[in-house]
Ligand binder design. Structure first.
Ligand code: SF4
Ligand SMILES: [Zn+2]
Ligand SMILES: [Zn+2]
Length: 308
């Protein structure tokens, strides 16, 4: 991974210890030396965890793709002393999935962490490229739905009540903006860095990186020697979420701190609400919770089989 932050002038002083600063954070109006930067990062995660009310003794299942966000979430939770276990879903996307898997394995080995690997092909019956060949339209939204639902099921199978994902400030702020622009109130209501478990088959969801943006996560990876998979998914096609992130980046560039203000103002107004909806029925095929007679996984499987 290339250098992710520009060197500050030699006379720059760390905002915390007054030693030489190397990392500037305009959105916080702060400059840090590497040690104080790691402290700043860890404090932001601890503030998030405090807000999400995660007891230290709760074991956490971390969904790890092999990318920088999920490896960072796993690394910092481990550093903070949480008992963690990684969960990786291999989507079967050729070199991309191989590189992702290899990164998860190397990361876990270097730290002596345990993890489980599941294959979408084995769990669902089809790999993502096979699904992509049969469906027109937005593969990323199908992929997102399949990953979410399989993560829920696998967390229950692995006996974990808390599922951690690596969603960061940019993901959350971009998603909020997209849902507000599209007036998708049901998604706006459900958006939260912490969603308690609404059903015995659905774990609580935690996003401990929601206070940190993508550049802050890149710097953390560099300082901690985390080497995420850099290869781009070949199926990725212009997801609209990127446009909302770019719009927020433009505002952030002109008015540092805007992204945080936007997301945190929303989260603060929602404090005390759970975002959960418990009006589930059961899928008539697999028995898993579903809003309709058939769950998203079985409905997609039915469509795949019809195209055989
Ligand atoms: S880019 Fe799209 S298809 Fe590829 S892994 Fe991400 S969500 Fe799935
Ligand atoms: Zn310092
Ligand atoms: Zn089902």
């Amino acid at each position: 991974m290339g250098r992710t932050f520009t060197e500050l002038p030699a006379r720059s002083k760390c905002s915390r210890c007054r030693g030489r600063a190397r990392i500037g954070l305009p959105s916080h109006n702060a400059r840090f030396c590497p040690d104080c930067y790691l402290l700043f990062f860890s404090t932001a995660v601890q503030r998030a965890l405090k807000r999400l009310s995660v007891p230290r003794e709760e074991p956490l299942l971390v969904a790890v793709s092999g990318g920088k966000d999920s490896l960072t979430a796993w690394d910092i939770l481990n550093e903070l002393g949480y008992a963690t276990h990684g969960l990786h879903i291999n989507l079967g996307i050729g070199d991309f999935s191989e590189a992702s898997r290899e990164r998860v394995d190397a990361f876990a080995r270097a730290r002596g962490l345990s993890w489980s690997e599941y294959s979408l092909q084995r769990e669902f019956g089809y790999s993502l490229p096979e699904i992509n060949r049969r469906f027109q339209g937005k593969i990323c939204s199908v992929c997102g739905r399949l990953k979410r639902q399989h993560l829920n099921r696998l967390a229950v199978r692995e006996n974990y009540g808390n599922l951690v994902t690596g969603h960061n400030l940019d993901d959350e702020a971009g998603r909020l903006l997209g849902n507000l622009v599209g007036n998708r109130q049901e998604y706006v209501r459900k958006q939260s860095p912490y969603l308690p478990s609404p059903h015995p088959y659905i774990p609580a969801k935690l996003k401990p990186l929601y206070r940190l943006d993508i550049s802050e996560i890149r710097i953390y990876c560099e300082l901690r020697g985390i080497e995420p998979a850099e290869i781009k998914c070949p199926l990725s096609r212009g997801a609209t979420s990127h446009y909302f992130k770019e719009a927020l980046d433009m505002l952030e560039g002109r008015m540092p701190g805007t992204k945080r203000q936007f997301l945190f103002a929303y989260i603060n107004t929602r404090q005390g609400e759970t975002g959960q909806e418990a009006d589930f029925g059961e899928c008539c095929f697999c028995g898993h919770p579903a809003y309709a007679d058939v769950c998203g996984v079985c409905s997609l499987k039915g469509q795949m089989e019809a195209k055989n």
